[in-house]
Every structure is written in structure tokens, then in C-alpha cells.
Write a protein that binds this ligand. Structure first.
Ligand SMILES: C[S@@+](CC[C@H](N)C(=O)[O-])C[C@H]1O[C@@H](n2cnc3c(N)ncnc32)[C@H](O)[C@@H]1O
Length: 195
């Protein structure tokens, strides 16, 4: 069963990096939020992540959810937004040395990422335009990341288009998607075995 993060930490993150945007732990549609969190919990339970890459740190809510439920995980994350720096500082108090943050775009993180570090999964949640999402997918494929999980494919048709184009010419297949009550939509891709 998933554990919800402590409200006091959520409040602290929200204070230093307020964003009017909804998100994983700020969703007026309670059933949608619950399905998103349950799907992520089930997915990452199967993956059993040692290390994750995230594009789009924002106020670290994904990181907080993951580290609350999978406390041994290391997360490499990036966001050009300056306020994410403050959010990461808050996280550092509760989860020391578990987040490595770059105040930069996902292109910078993914293109310079060491191929010697084994990454079990990527959470793509940064630039929500077609080109941005497609570029993140390609960056993850270059790193041969086994699992790629994306947010918002139902909310934003361009995310689904980027996934469909990516699947046409890259060795990945669909592994799952969140239930229909999740109007934002989480999509899980798995790298196909190399022949
Ligand atoms: C939906 S929010 C991320 C929410 C966060 N992943 C979570 O689950 O709590 C999207 C974030 O992506 C960031 N972003 C936009 N373009 C980006 C890019 N090219 N690389 C990395 N992050 C980007 C924005 O600044 C914003 O903070």
C-alpha cells in the first residue's frame, strides 16, 4: 500500500517553490490523484528502483512521493526554474544525498549523463510540448533506460503523439497506463530486449 508524504513537508515545499499549477499531490480531482499515486506506487514496486532520472523537478513532489515509498532510491533531476533550487534544499534536510539536482534543461542533464550510472527508470515530466517530450524520450533511449514513465498523456494530446512517434523507431513497447479515472494519464514504456 502506498504511503502519502507528510503534509508538513509538502507545505514547506509549497512555501519555497509555489506554483499555481496542479500536480501529483495537488489535484482537486481526488479520484484522479489517488489513481496517479496508486499507479506510480505499483509501477515503481515492480521496477524496484535503485536510481531514477526525472525531467521537470518543479517543487519536488514526485521526489517526495518516491522517497517516502522507496527510501533507498537515488534521483537525478533537473529544472531550469530557479525556485526548484530551494525545493531541493528542503528535500536535502529530510532525504540527505538522495537527490542530485541540475538547475538546467533536460537536454543538458540527459546529453551529459554518465553511461556508467545504471538508471532503472525515467519520469518524464518537464517540457510538455511535443518536441520537448520527444527529445526527452530520445535522450532516455540513448541512455538505454529500461523503463520510461510519462505524465499527462490524456491531458495533452501532443504527449501521446510524441510517444506514438517515438515507438515507431525506437526499441520500446507499451507496458501499461493508469486507469481511465486519471484524466491526466500516466504511460509506461519498457525497453524491448535486444536481439
Ligand atoms: C509539471 S511540472 C513538474 C512536476 C514534478 N515532476 C512533480 O511531479 O512534482 C513541469 C516542470 O518542468 C519544467 N521544465 C520545463 N521545460 C523543461 C526542460 N526543458 N527541462 C527540464 N524541466 C523543464 C518546468 O519549469 C516545470 O517546473
Amino acid at each position: 500500500m502506498k504511503t502519502l508524504p507528510e503534509q508538513a513537508i509538502i507545505d514547506e515545499l509549497n512555501k519555497v517553490a509555489f506554483s499555481p499549477e496542479g500536480g501529483l499531490l495537488f489535484n482537486p480531482e481526488k479520484e484522479c490523484m489517488d489513481e496517479q499515486l496508486s499507479f506510480l506506487f505499483d509501477t515503481f514496486s515492480q521496477i524496484n528502483p535503485g536510481a531514477i532520472i526525472e525531467t521537470g523537478t518543479q517543487r519536488c513532489l514526485f521526489d517526495l512521493f518516491i522517497l517516502t515509498n522507496f527510501p533507498k532510491t537515488k534521483i537525478y533531476t533537473c529544472d531550469p526554474w530557479e525556485k526548484s533550487i530551494e525545493a531541493v534544499k528542503v528535500m536535502e534536510k529530510y532525504f540527505p544525498s538522495q537527490i542530485e539536482f541540475k538547475n538546467a534543461s533536460s537536454k543538458t542533464l540527459l546529453n551529459n549523463f554518465s553511461k556508467d550510472i545504471k538508471i532503472d527508470a525515467a519520469w518524464i515530466d518537464g517540457d510538455h510540448r511535443y518536441e520537448g517530450c520527444y527529445s526527452d524520450l530520445l535522450g532516455c533511449s540513448e541512455l538505454k533506460i529500461k523503463n520510461i514513465i510519462l505524465d499527462d498523456f490524456r491531458l495533452l494530446p501532443c504527449i501521446k503523439s510524441a510517444i506514438d512517434s517515438f515507438l515507431k523507431s525506437n526499441p520500446y513497447h507499451k507496458k501499461g497506463e493508469s486507469g481511465a479515472v486519471d484524466s491526466r494519464g500516466i504511460y509506461w514504456l519498457e525497453r524491448s530486449e535486444e536481439k
